[in-house]
Ligand binder design. Structure first.
Ligand code: AMP
Length: 317
């Protein structure tokens, strides 16, 4: 298994693979890998000859107030897990994806604020802009409608950062296929839409959520839950599973279903960020559950924000 740290080396490696007539799958991650990530690797094997996993915690998708500095990492552990799968040929773990050969306006004095063009000062919005106050990176990809609701409403820089870093990874690795987890449902839909709208020649696969034995969706952030919060967090999966049962029994009012989820999670001690019932493709909220929907939730347990969702394919009759 190759460990590649430079963009140019990664691109050269991928191109060699493709020259040999092999297809390539990319699994983008932020590391601290768990069984959910490894399930994406197994899914990738079903779609391509060669698998590249990227491990990069992207400062462009964290607001300065968010948990970039406490995001867990363990590159050596990740490399071991990936090599033990026996199917990963390369791991791309760049030190910094925003280093460029051609400099930005580095001669300008450091700026802690940016102009929005009208002379008004604006605070930097992501950790990238905060760290790189020379403004050397200034190009962002936005999927304008899909990025707005749910996680995008609570974390306004998240999807701009995700779409941009995934675009960069796609240009560097040039995969045929990329695998994303449905755990980050909105992210998966946004990347799929971006690829369609911008004509990337890459197939996007959505892979099912992997859960702990007790139902908690696996997440790198779970390690930061206290034992008490972890127990309380089980209410998320409980509430979502109950909702699915209730829909199958004919309960189709989104408001009712959302209310019950809210109660279950709040009663357990969680603080709901949002609960939404949206069309699976459009991500538009529905009033009645009469078409394939996904119920998406984000909730805080202590200082850890967790997300989860459940697809409901069979409409109630
Ligand atoms: P992250 O490292 O959290 O950015 O996640 C990298 C990829 O793994 C994303 O496509 C996630 O949706 C996916 N992923 C994370 N947790 C899970 C899980 N429990 N089940 C399936 N996929 C997951």
């Amino acid at each position: 298994m190759e460990v590649i740290r430079e963009k140019a080396d990664m691109r050269a490696w991928s191109r060699r693979i493709r020259r040999d007539g092999k297809s390539l799958a990319l699994v983008p991650t932020m590391g601290y890998l768990h069984e959910g990530h490894l399930s994406l690797v197994r899914e990738a094997k079903a779609h391509a000859d060669v698998i590249v996993v990227s491990v990069y915690v992207n400062p462009g998708q964290f607001a300065p107030s968010e948990d970039l500095s406490t995001y867990p990492s363990d590159l050596q552990g990740d490399l071991l897990k990936l090599s033990q799968t026996g199917v990963v040929q390369a791991v791309f773990c760049p030190r910094n994806l925003y280093d460029y050969d051609t400099p930005g306006p580095l001669s300008a004095p450091p700026r802690h604020h940016f102009s929005n063009g009208s002379g008004e000062k604006q605070a930097p919005v992501s950790c990238l802009e905060k760290e790189r106050c020379d403004g050397t990176h200034e190009t962002w990809v936005r999927v304008e409608r899909l990025e707005k609701g749910m996680c995008g409403a609570s974390r306004p820089v998240l999807f701009r950062g995700v779409a941009t870093v995934v675009t960069k990874l796609f240009h560097i690795v040039e995969p045929d296929v990329a695998i994303f987890g449905k755990k980050d449902y909105q992210q998966w839909r946004i990347i799929s839409r971006m690829v369609r709208d911008l004509d990337f020649a890459i197939e996007i696969i959505g892979s099912e959520i992997v859960r702990e034995a007790d139902g908690l969706a696996m997440s790198s952030r779970n390690v930061r839950l206290s034992p008490r919060d972890r127990k309380q967090a089980l209410s998320i999966n409980k509430a979502l599973s109950e909702a699915k049962v209730n829909v199958s029994k004919g309960s189709i009012s989104s408001q009712d279903i959302k209310h019950r989820i809210f109660q279950t999670v709040s009663d357990s001690g969680g603080r709901i960020d949002y609960v939404e019932i949206v069309g699976q493709e459009s991500l538009e909220p529905v009033e009645k559950i009469e078409c394939p929907v996904v119920i998406c939730i984000a909730a805080w347990f202590g200082d850890v924000r967790l997300i989860d969702n459940i697809e409901i394919d069979v409409p109630a009759v």
